[in-house]
Write a new protein. Structure first.
Length: 309
C-alpha cells in the first residue's frame, strides 16, 4: 500500500492512468495508458510486496547488449512465492487474468501458501493483473468477495505482456521461477537465505502469443539466478543431487522458442511440461560449506531467435 501511495503521486511521470471502477482503485500501466520502463519496475516491486529490489542493468552479459531486468531479495520466499508468483486466477464472466502480488497472502488459500504458512489479515488488498483488459465492476465485486473486503479497499495494477511495463514485470520473475522449481522438486526451502536473478528484456510484440513467448524465453533461455543457502548436517549432498533438476534444461520441452511450444499446446499453459518454467542457469552458493555450483547454461542463440534478432 505504501508503494501504491508513491505511485499515485507520480502517475503522469510513470505514464500510468488512474481508473475508478465502482469504488475500487485501478492503476492502468499499459492497457490504455502509455506506461514505460519505470512503470514496469514499479509493477514488479508491488508484485514482490516491497521485499525485493528491482532495477535495469544496461551492461553486456552473455553476449546480450540490451537491458537486463535484475531482482534481489533477502526475503525471497515471502517476496517471490508468497507474493510475486502468479498463482491466483481472476475469472468472472468472460473476464480472465493471472493475478499476483500481496493480495494472494490476504486470501491465503493456495496450497503453496498453506504449505509455507503464508497468510495475513489486512484492511485492504493490492494486486497485479496480467491482462489486456481493465477489470469490470463485476470482476471487482467477485474479487472483493473472494478476498472478503469492501471493493473500496481493493487496488489493482494492470498491464498486458504486449506493453512495455507488462513485459518488465514478467521478466522480473527469474528468481521466482527458480524458487518455484525448487519447491516442485522437494528442495528444502528453509535452507534459502537470499537470492538474485537477471534476465534480458525483449521488445514487447503487438501479437499476444509472440510477446508471451519472448517474456518466457527471456527467463527459460536467458535467465541467470544465484541463490545463497545454509545447509545443515545431513544435507551435504543436497546441492549435487537436486541442483541439476532446477534449470529449464531439465525439461524435455527445452530447446524451442516458447511461442512454438505454446501453440503446440493449444495455448494452454497447463499442457506444457512444468519443468520448463525455470531459469536457464542457476548458481547455488552453500554458506555452510563455502562451495558454489552452477547448473544449466544460458542459451543466447535461442534468446536472439525469440527476440527477433
Amino acid at each position: 500500500m505504501a508503494l501504491v501511495s508513491g505511485i499515485c503521486g507520480r502517475l503522469d511521470e510513470l505514464g500510468m492512468r488512474r481508473v475508478e471502477v465502482g469504488t475500487a482503485l485501478i492503476l492502468d500501466a499499459g492497457v490504455t495508458a502509455r506506461g514505460g520502463l519505470q512503470a514496469g519496475l514499479e509493477l514488479a516491486r508491488v508484485c514482490l510486496a516491497g521485499l525485493a529490489e528491482v532495477d535495469l542493468g544496461p551492461e553486456e552479459q552473455c553476449g546480450w547488449r540490451g537491458p537486463w531486468v535484475r531482482v534481489r531479495s533477502d526475503h525471497p520466499l515471502l517476496a517471490c512465492l508468497g507474493s510475486q508468483y502468479a498463482g491466483m486466477q481472476v475469472s468472472a464472466g468472460k473476464y480472465f487474468a493471472m493475478g499476483s502480488g500481496p493480495m494472494r497472502a490476504r486470501l491465503g488459500s493456495e496450497p503453496l501458501l498453506r504449505e509455507l504458512c503464508i497468510h495475513e489479515e489486512t484492511e485492504g488488498a493490492v494486486g497485479v493483473l496480467e491482462t489486456g483488459k481493465l477489470p469490470t465492476e463485476e470482476v471487482i465485486e467477485w474479487l472483493a468477495g473472494k478476498l472478503k473486503i469492501l471493493p473500496s479497499l481493493l487496488t489493482l495494477l494492470v498491464a498486458p505482456t504486449t506493453s512495455l511495463a507488462g513485459m518488465v514485470q514478467v521478466v522480473a520473475r527469474s528468481l521466482e521461477t527458480a524458487l518455484h522449481q525448487m519447491h516442485e522438486i522437494g528442495f528444502p526451502l528453509g535452507t534459502i537465505v537470499s537470492g538474485t536473478g537477471c534476465a534480458p528484456l525483449p521488445c514487447p510484440h503487438p501479437d499476444t502469443i509472440t510477446s508471451i513467448g519472448r517474456s518466457n524465453d527471456a527467463i527459460l533461455y536467458g535467465g541467470r539466478v544465484e541463490i545463497y543457502l545454509r545447509t545443515e548436517k545431513g544435507q551435504e549432498d543436497l546441492v549435487e543431487s537436486l541442483g541439476p533438476k532446477i534449470p529449464s534444461c531439465h525439461s524435455p520441452a527445452h530447446g524451442k522458442p516458447f511461442a512454438e511450444i505454446f501453440r503446440e499446446a493449444g495455448c494452454d499453459f497447463y499442457k506444457i511440461d512444468p519443468r520448463l518454467f525455470a531459469p536457464a542457469e542457476v548458481v547455488l552458493h552453500d554458506l555452510t560449506t563455502g562451495r558454489s555450483r552452477t547448473f544449466g547454461e544460458v542459451r543466447m542463440d535461442l534468446v536472439a531467435k525469440s527476440f527477433g534478432g
